[in-house]
Ligand binder design. Structure first.
Ligand code: GLC
Length: 549
């Protein structure tokens, strides 16, 4: 329906394999579990969710200090998740259903148990020594500079056997690679090739703005933050000019394989994300602003408008509401009406310009789980509990049914099931036409049929940004009008006269309501019910395919 590449028009669904579906009863999700649920994700008919691609968080061999984000072999599958043959089967089965596969490459650092680091640390003369960032002690503290670890404390670890420090942006078990070393870079390009040749359609690139650090290792200047890492401006340990050249190389390699993509996890702000994506650079880069702001239509609107201004020509936004590192948005935004808000948020994410990424479980309005002290798995939770339980609450298993093990496992789940899994689960919601899941499903299929929603222009209609958002998406003859009421009171909005209300037909609403668009006396008036998300179109014809469900 569109001549744009799939990653510009599709909806991408993040799977955290550990918590998605367990096929062998060991309590941990695995690749065969993912295969068993592909029909739920997209069986080619509107009975299924309809996502176009899945991004799998790392399933490579790893000692698991950071749950797979510490890789000890880039070209294999951890036995916990299955085998390479399972991966090949997953690719075949997913492709058969039109689902693309995106892998999560953690190329900023390896595990300390990766053979490269084991060799590197073995002696100063080892040929792999320069694959990591080793430095002599300096000054009183000994640390080569003031850089901090994202996970707390200094980012330099003393290694007594060779009497030098190594740099780790995250855990001490995650030493950073030296991307200035041409051999490292070539090794990484081979990792891309290995998975591209096996059928991967794209990559999510972990900490993509961290690959290079200042060549002179200068101290970061202070910033007015509260905790260690936030108390510095990250101008020397991230976001270096050399990145652009590395992204060009990655993009050129991807382009030799056809319609393959990459999306960068940029830890910095929206301005940085916008700088790294676009033609010739990374195809996409996440903008995380939505994960950091409150339930305020004006805040969302401002973030969107600012980002549209920042993006280069041909750059596409890539907003995220939830992922495996942040509190789930149904919990963050919940208020008195978590389900209704989950629907409003979904309607926004799936109708804004750009490529939407969903995080497993958000389509059923899943909330954060409750983790007791002794159940904590995440190293961040172990370090900062209380008050911070870390990232386990957003990583609890997907509840498929109200039955034993929530249909996730026949064993003991690696993290506890959510206490509300008997009500909030896939099966129960599939049977309820008003559920969050049903709303996501309808939105995704509507988007698939609509050129305006997939790739049209975005035009905000500013009317009441402290209560609601209203905007248009336009492509050719098709215009879609999206109305989102963020709060519990009904709202009446007066819109531009030129919208001629007679043309509009409502095609989707999150409530069974009488909300409507009508005109008269030179005005166009839009009524939205409490917490309503609704979409109107000018293109309600048999030909457009928007006619009927
Ligand atoms: C990214 C991942 C996070 C991980 C970190 C270190 O931010 O999303 O889960 O802990 O990188 O690899």
């Amino acid at each position: 329906m569109s001549d744009r590449p799939w990653w510009q028009t599709g909806v991408i669904y993040q799977i955290y394999p550990r918590s998605f579906a367990d096929s062998d009863g060991d309590g941990t999700g695995d690749l065969r579990g993912v295969i068993s649920r592909l029909d739920y994700l997209n069986d080619g008919t509107p009975r299924s969710l309809g996502v176009d691609a899945i991004w799998l968080s790392p399933f490579f061999p790893s000692p698991g200090f950071d749950f797979g984000y510490d890789i000890s072999d880039y070209c294999a599958v951890d036995p916990l998740f299955g085998t390479l043959a399972d991966f090949d089967l997953l690719v075949t089965e997913a492709h058969r259903r039109g689902i693309r596969i995106i892998l999560d490459l953690v190329l900023n650092h390896t595990s300390h148990l990766h053979p490269w680091f084991v060799q590197s640390r073995s002696s100063m003369a080892n040929p792999k020594r320069d694959w990591y960032l080793w430095q002599d002690p300096k000054g009183k503290s000994g640390a080569p500079n003031n850089w901090q670890s994202v996970f707390g404390g200094r980012a330099w670890q003393w290694d007594p056997s060779t009497r030098q420090y190594y740099y780790h942006k995250f855990l001490t078990q995650q030493p950073d690679l030296n991307w200035r070393n041409g051999r490292v870079r070539r090794a990484m390009m081979n990792v891309f090739r290995f998975w591209l040749d096996r059928g991967a359609d794209g990559f999510r690139l972990d900490v993509v703005d961290g690959y290079f650090k200042d060549a002179l290792l200068r101290d970061n200047p202070p910033a007015p933050g509260i905790r260690g890492y936030e108390r510095q401006k990250h101008i020397f340990d991230a976001d270096q000019p050399e990145l652009i050249d590395a992204y060009r190389e990655i993009r050129a390699l991807l382009d030799t394989y056809g319609a393959r993509m990459a999306v960068g996890e940029v830890m910095g702000n929206a301005k940085q994300a916008a700088r790294f994506c676009g033609p010739g650079l990374l195809p996409l880069a996440f903008n995380f602003e939505f994960t950091r702001q409150s339930w305020s239509p004006a805040a969302f609107q401002n973030a969107v408008l600012r980002y549209e201004r920042l993006l280069p020509e041909g750059g596409l936004p890539c907003y995220v509401l939830s992922n495996h590192d942040n509190s789930r948005h149904a919990s963050r935004y919940g208020g008195q009406a978590p389900e209704a808000r989950a629907k409003v948020a979904a309607a926004m994410l799936l109708t804004l310009r750009g490529t939407p990424f969903l995080y497993q479980g958000e389509e059923i309005g899943m909330r954060d789980g409750r983790i007791r002290r002794l159940e904590i798995q995440d190293p961040l939770g172990k370090k900062y509990w209380p008050p911070n339980a870390g990232r386990d609450p957003c990583r609890t298993p997907i509840p498929w049914t109200a039955g034993p093990g929530a249909g996730f496992t026949s064993g003991n789940p690696w993290l506890p099931l959510n206490p509300d899994y008997r009500e909030i689960n896939v099966q129960t919601e599939r049977e309820d036409p008003d559920s969050v899941l049903e709303f996501y499903r309808k939105l995704i299929w509507l988007r698939k049929k609509s050129p305006a929603l997939q790739s049209g222009g975005y035009r905000p209609l500013l009317s009441h940004p402290d209560r609601a958002l209203v905007y248009l998406r336009e492509a050719g003859k098709q215009t879609m009008l999206v109305g989102l009421n963020f709060f519990e009171q009904p709202i009446q909005l007066t819109l531009e006269e030129s919208l001629s209300p007679g043309r509009w037909k409502k095609i989707l609403s999150s409530c069974n309501s009488q909300s409507d668009l009508h005109g008269g006396a030179g005005k166009t008036v839009l009524n939205l019910q409490p917490n309503e998300a609704a979409i109107w179109t000018t293109d309600y014809t048999e030909k457009s395919g928007l006619h009927g469900k």
